[in-house]
Each structure stands twice: as C-alpha cells, then as structure tokens.
Design a protein around this ligand. Structure first.
Ligand code: ADP
Length: 319
C-alpha cells in the first residue's frame, strides 16, 4: 500500500487490511509501505517520510502482527529497485503502453513521469523478489499481476528457472466501500473530499458527523440495492462487515425505520472498530524508536529472501 495520505480510510481498512490480517495466519506474508511507488507523484520529502511511518503504524494498529508477518518499507530493501531495473530491460515499451491504470491516470491530465510509466515493472519486482506463490489482489490489479507473470516466465525462458511465477489470490468477498458524499464512486484517499471519507484517525464525533451527513436518497426505505440506492447500500455494507451480520439481517433490523436510525447504528459500529485502532496507532507513533525497530526487523527479514532472489538473478543474467 502506498503512503499517499496522512491516514488510511475505512475503504483501505475493510477492503485490504482486514484481509491481510486474515491471511497472515495461513500464509508467510510480506506487507510493505510502497514508498518508492509514492515517488511517482511529487511529494514534499518530510510529508512522504511522515506518511510512510503513519501507514506502517496503521498496518500494525489494524492487526498485522510484525512478529508473524514481515512488515517493512519498500525502500529499505534495495533489491526492489535493482530487480526492477533488470526486469525493465526485459519489458517491451508496448507492454507498458497497454497498462490501463497508466492510461486512466494520464487521460485524467496527470503529468506522467517515466516512473509512473514503468510502475508495473517495479510492482513485478515487489512480488517476484519474495518468490511469492500468491498475491492477494482485487480485480483492478489483475492486469498488473498478468505482466508480473509474463516477466517471470520470460526471465525463466531466457535465463533458466530463476523466478517463481505467482498466482492471483482474488479476494472476491472483499468489501468495496463507497464515498459517503458520492456513493457511486469508491471511497478514495486521493480522490474523495474529507467529508466523503472516514479516516481511521478521525475522532468519534467527527466519524458520527460524517456518517450523519452521508448522502442517501429520498424514498426513506432501508433496502440493499447498490444500483438504485447506492448511499443506503453503502451504509448497510459498512454495518454488515463491521458487525459481522449478513446484509439481509441488518436490512430486516432497520425495516420500517428511518435513515437517521441506520446512520446512528453505523456510526456506532464504526466508532467501536476505530477506537482501539486509534489507541494502538497513537502508542506506535508516540514511540518512534520502537516503530523504527519494528520496521528494521521487518526489512531484515524481507532482505534475507530478497537478497537470495537477487543473487540468483545476478548470476543468471551475467552481472
Ligand atoms: P486510495 O484510492 O485511497 O488511494 P489505494 O488505491 O492506495 O487507495 O488502495 C490501497 C488498498 O486499499 C488497495 O488494496 C485497495 O484495493 C484498497 N481500497 C482502497 N479504496 C477502497 C475502497 N473504497 N473499498 C475497498 N477497498 C479499497
């Protein structure tokens, strides 16, 4: 996950972090703050440094256990950039030209740099360095995983079996949380207005206020219908995921009641989930030396695997 804002939001939490926490029991997992990727967007150095630390602290506050999984910063493991270069030299211009995310971003008028153009190559390196068998991705990342697989297969065909070809681990059940003010768009740290986002750093009063002013509709019927009733459906999803109650049951509970009641209940479950999170985050940020130690240990653990992969690659390509 990239350190692109001062706090993760509810979408990041329910759409990504919660899954990561679930996967760490079953898999030997690597979770990192993608600070090299964040350089593709010009950011003040101090801001980037702060966001990188906050994002790492939020992984841990959200339940990623650094004793179980490797939690680190991408730039602390230098092999990411090194493998990306080797892979870039095996990548055709046309392959990168076809990447839809790049096309989307540049068509929206983003001033692209070469780093943004070759972003999928760095992402391939991020995955291949760790001999990853699976990559937990949403549908939107499928294309990036395909290019990763292509590059691994190409390297293996040209230089012998050096890289593990990863499989997607598609999180189908994963919740997609929508913007509170514009429920037809996803909640996004880089796009949504502050009012449309529930930040994991928000105080309880602020969370309640944002949910109270969430956009709904005028027919005053609590019913799950993401097409016709995007706002109400989003509130139902948030409630359902956080309370562990099926959507139909939440719907039944609020049948015949007003949106005010639903919003109040949603605010309560969100505050209940976010409060312990905020406490843990504050502890981590209050003790920078401890966070440094955690991240250094994570980088050490990651570097062990990354260095072994890179050594095979160096031998194979003749460096
Ligand atoms: P943002 O749009 O806020 O910049 P990113 O694109 O950096 O978020 O996504 C980071 C992670 O959080 C990804 O795994 C992504 O799938 C997940 N994510 C982001 N927004 C949402 C959302 N609204 N609902 C569910 N998951 C989300």
């Amino acid at each position: 996950m990239q350190p692109t804002s001062d706090s993760l939001h509810l979408g990041n939490y329910l759409g990504a972090l919660v899954n990561w926490v679930g996967l760490q029991a079953e898999f030997d997992a690597y979770y990192f703050v993608a600070d090299l990727h964040a350089l593709t967007v010009p950011t003040d150095p101090e801001v980037l440094r702060r966001r990188t630390r906050v994002t790492a602290a939020q992984f841990i506050a959200g339940g990623v256990d650094p004793e179980v999984s490797a939690v680190f910063c991408q730039s602390h493991v230098q092999e990411h950039a090194e493998l990306a270069w080797v892979l870039a030299c095996q990548t055709a211009m046309g392959e990168m030209n076809r990447m839809t995310q790049y096309k989307d971003k540049t068509s929206k008028g983003h001033n692209a740099n070469v780093g943004l153009f070759t972003y999928p190559v760095l992402m391939a390196a991020d995955i291949l360095l760790y001999d990853a068998a699976f990559v937990p991705v949403g549908e939107d990342q499928r294309q990036h995983l395909e290019i990763t697989r292509d590059l691994a297969e190409r390297m293996n065909a040209r230089f012998g079996e050096v890289l593990t070809v990863p499989e997607p681990y598609i999180l189908k059940e994963s919740a997609r949380i929508m913007d509170l003010q514009d429920p037809t768009s996803k909640m996004s740290g880089s796009i949504s207005s502050d009012k449309g986002l529930v930040l994991l750093s928000d105080e309880p009063g602020r969370i309640a206020k944002k949910i109270r002013s969430a956009v709904t509709d005028t027919d005053a019927e609590v019913r799950y219908d993401p097409e016709a009733k995007a706002g109400v459906s989003n509130l139902l999803v948030i409630h359902s995921v956080l309370s562990g109650t099926p959507i139909a049951q939440v719907e039944a509970e609020f049948a015949g009641r007003g949106y005010g009641d639903l919003k109040k209940a949603v605010a309560e479950v969100v505050v209940d989930a976010v409060t312990p999170f905020r406490t843990r985050m504050a502890e981590l940020l209050d003790d920078p030396a401890e966070l440094d130690r955690i991240l250094a240990r994570g980088a050490e653990r990651a570097a062990e695997v990354a260095a072994a992969t890179m050594s095979r690659v160096r031998d194979a390509v003749g460096l």
